[in-house]
Design a protein around this ligand. Structure first.
Ligand code: GDP
Length: 478
């Protein structure tokens, strides 16, 4: 465990320069940004007459769970809704139709910015937030990262089709998450529509809708004619009321990243959904392993926003790097704290990845010699946008076989950095860049460590290449 002189000074509430002086007297020449080891730090702390307190993780990181809002501070917030269902059953059309019911957009003339989520104001003045990426992949991925932002799932089933594989997957994911469901039977305008058949088929999955005297709300809708739209909104509001969704808006904000990307002009951009508190322009924050400051915010109508209350999705400018979907954004008191938390998380992430990644080339061959069942082919993946990263990970996972598996040591968005190179070097893995290149420092390290680097701009070429490499690792007899 090491700490920079500056961070230690912050924690001791002493001037960093005084620490440097004391260290000098102890025979150590260090600057405020250099790190010192734990023993030296403890010596310094005693020197300054402080008590030594070994910090626990919650002292360094942010412990949101321990920070509970009192009952009186809680106020109603808008429900957050995700639409799931089989491909072509009308998820996107429904999202568009619901967006069209927004009274605010109606007034303003309606410019639509796709930021990954949008909020509508109903005729009755209620607010509803919709996640704009339909399908259960995003939902599941967020959950895997511990982010449960969805309050209500709308299960879309086309009235002219039936329960399809992805419908069933969506049902399972929704049940697993314990999120209440509303069934929207879409394409009700079609003459071959048979909503009753859908209701009956749902029984097989223990979903008993209202029409069948159950307690799951259902509604027949058509994105084409607008049929059932008001009723669907009504049902969302009823469900939301049952859930008593509330949050404290008067506190430092906590938000979840819905999606993130690197914009060539604006830098890292993230769409976040505020869970509690109010996010303000100028706020200093930590998100995942990045720190930053809110430079500007935009809503889904492209308007500049100064303050974002709970459940409002906003696109945030001013992050130090591109976070991951599902990361938590937390506002902190000052920049020193933000940097400290981010640095701590980075260290921890690197330590974890290195510990998990013992697969050097030698290990791989000795594993082969021992005829171990599965060999791992480690890679580090960097891409220009989150969507590509995800597509590449999925594609790579698919080319794994019983004998050799792709192991993604790290993946992310943005230029290839020193930490990527260090990780690749430690694990004997190649770095795969998709529409990205290394920064200057990383390039230096690549040359020094002779780390293999490969660039692609077409996903299937990337997977073909990895597949060939993997076949090479297995040798001719396999
Ligand atoms: P997704 O894959 O679930 O997002 O489905 P889409 O929203 O892209 O819809 C798939 C197809 O069904 C498109 O051709 C739509 O025009 C059509 N569609 C969607 N909703 C309706 C509807 O309510 N009525 C009719 N007639 N067609 C619809």
């Amino acid at each position: 465990e090491a700490i920079t002189v500056q961070d230690l000074a912050n924690r001791m509430a002493e001037k960093a320069a005084d620490l440097v002086k004391a260290l000098f007297k102890m025979g150590m020449m260090v600057t405020i940004n250099q790190t010192i080891d734990q023993d030296t730090a403890e010596l310094l702390v005693t020197e300054f007459g402080h008590n030594i307190k070994r910090v626990s993780e919650s002292d360094v990181d942010i412990d949101t769970a321990a920070d509970v809002d009192v009952e009186e501070s809680l106020q109603p917030r808008a429900p957050v809704v995700t639409i799931m269902g089989h491909v072509d059953h009308g998820k996107t059309s429904l999202l568009d139709a619901l967006r069209g019911t927004d009274v605010v957009r109606g007034e303003a003339g309606g410019i639509t910015q796709h930021i990954g989520a949008y909020q509508i104001k109903t005729k009755g003045g209620d607010l509803i937030t919709f996640l704009d990426t339909p399908g259960h992949e995003a939902f599941t991925e967020m959950r895997q990262r511990g982010a449960n932002v969805t309050d209500i799932v709308i299960l879309v089933v086309a009235a002219d089709d039936g329960l399809m594989p992805q419908t069933i997957e969506a049902i399972n994911h929704t049940k697993a998450a314990g999120v209440p469901m509303i069934v929207a039977i879409t394409k009700a305008d079609k003459h071959e529509a048979n909503p009753q058949k859908i209701r009956e088929r749902l029984l097989e999955h223990e979903i008993v809708v209202e029409e069948m005297s159950g307690d799951v709300q259902d509604v027949e809708v058509s994105a084409k004619t607008g049929q059932g739209m008001d009723e669907l909104i009504e049902k969302i509001l009823i469900q939301a009321e049952l859930l008593e969704l509330r949050a404290n808006p008067d506190r430092a904000a906590e938000a979840t990243v819905i999606e993130a990307k690197l914009d060539k002009g604006k830098g890292p951009l993230a769409t976040v959904l505020v869970n509690r508190g109010t996010l303000k322009v100028g706020d200093i924050l930590v998100v995942g392993t990045q720190s930053g400051r809110v430079r500007a915010m935009h809503d889904d109508k492209g308007r500049q926003i100064k303050e974002a209350p709970p459940s409002l999705p906003v696109e945030v400018l001013g992050l130090g790097g591109v976070p991951m979907a599902g990361d938590t954004l937390t506002v902190v008191e000052n920049e020193a704290r933000a940097r400290e938390v981010a640095a701590y998380r980075q260290e921890r992430a690197t330590a974890k990845r290195t510990a998990q990644a013992p697969t050097s080339l030698e290990n791989m061959f000795s594993a082969l010699a021992a005829k171990q069942a599965v060999i791992e082919y480690p890679v580090v993946v960097k891409a220009d946008v989150q969507g590509s990263t995800e597509a590449i990970i999925n594609a790579l996972n698919r080319i794994s076989t019983d004998e050799i598996k792709v192991r993604i040591l790290a993946s992310g968005v943005g230029a290839i950095t020193e930490s990527d190179v260090n990780l690749a070097q430690a694990s004997g893995a190649p770095i795969i860049g998709f529409n990205v290149r290394p920064n200057a420092k990383a390039r230096e390290l690549v040359e020094r460590f002779k780390v293999r680097m490969k660039y692609f701009d077409v996903i299937y070429q990337l997977t073909d290449d990895v597949r060939l490499e993997m076949a090479g690792q297995l040798g001719p007899e396999r």
